[in-house]
Write a protein that binds this ligand. Structure first.
Ligand code: INI
Length: 196
């Protein structure tokens, strides 16, 4: 959506006086802005996946939960109009392996966005910290290095119950959310930055 116009009620304008704000000039009154605020051009991606292509990188660790994330992501893409042939799924062993597969998918430039899915549960060892930190860092890097939106749909949880809640039980489905974000970003990048 472009050219979204924000207006403020008169009470908001009345609050804008120089006695209350350290950044307004001393002679400022709400009449000073009688001409109105700057009307920015705002870009916001639509939720329409038609014509876009997506890669999903999903790990197999905690498969019971990660498969729910994958189902959620595919459900979102289908609902948002993405065609079957426009989605490629790459499965990797564990979440630690997600970043490189995400980077390689993004580097192909075949996809408008890459959706990363996995489940990391804390357990009793420091393993969790290493894996979760590296996965988050690596997923960020894959996007930054390629300019392709790479979306974080990895559940990191202290307990199995918390992970289940985020895989479709109480707190939504992180796969669904990630895929929805990917569609929005694909639209934003095309409309807002002229890609595609
Ligand atoms: N991989 C996960 O995806 N989730 C986990 O919770 C996890 N834990 O707890 O160890 C996990 N470990 C495997 C790791 O991702 C790699 O596959 C493995 O170390 C081989 O590189």
């Amino acid at each position: 959506m472009t050219n979204e116009i924000w207006t403020f009620p008169p009470t908001t304008l009345a609050c804008l006086d120089s006695t209350r704000s350290p950044i307004l000039p001393a002679n400022f009154t709400s009449e000073s802005i009688a001409t109105g605020f700057v009307q920015p051009i705002t870009h916001q991606g639509a939720l329409n996946g038609k014509g876009f292509r997506f890669a999903i990188v999903a790990s197999r660790w905690n498969e019971l939960l990660t498969s729910r994330l994958l189902d959620g992501a595919l459900d979102a893409l289908e609902r948002l109009g993405v065609k079957d042939k426009s989605v490629t799924v790459y499965r990797v062993p564990g979440a630690f392996e997600i970043p490189l597969a995400a980077l390689k998918s993004a580097q192909t430039k075949k996809f408008d966005a890459v959706i990363c899915l996995g489940t990391i549960i804390r357990g009793q060892t420091p393993h969790f910290e290493y894996i979760a930190g590296e996965v988050a860092r690596g997923i960020t890097q894959a996007g930054m290095q390629t300019g392709v939106p790479v979306v974080f749909g990895v559940v990191t949880a202290d307990t199995l119950e918390q992970a289940m809640d985020r895989a479709g039980v109480k707190l939504g489905n992180k796969g669904f959310e990630a895929a929805t974000a990917a569609v929005e970003l694909a639209n934003l990048y095309r409309e807002g930055f002229g890609k595609g």
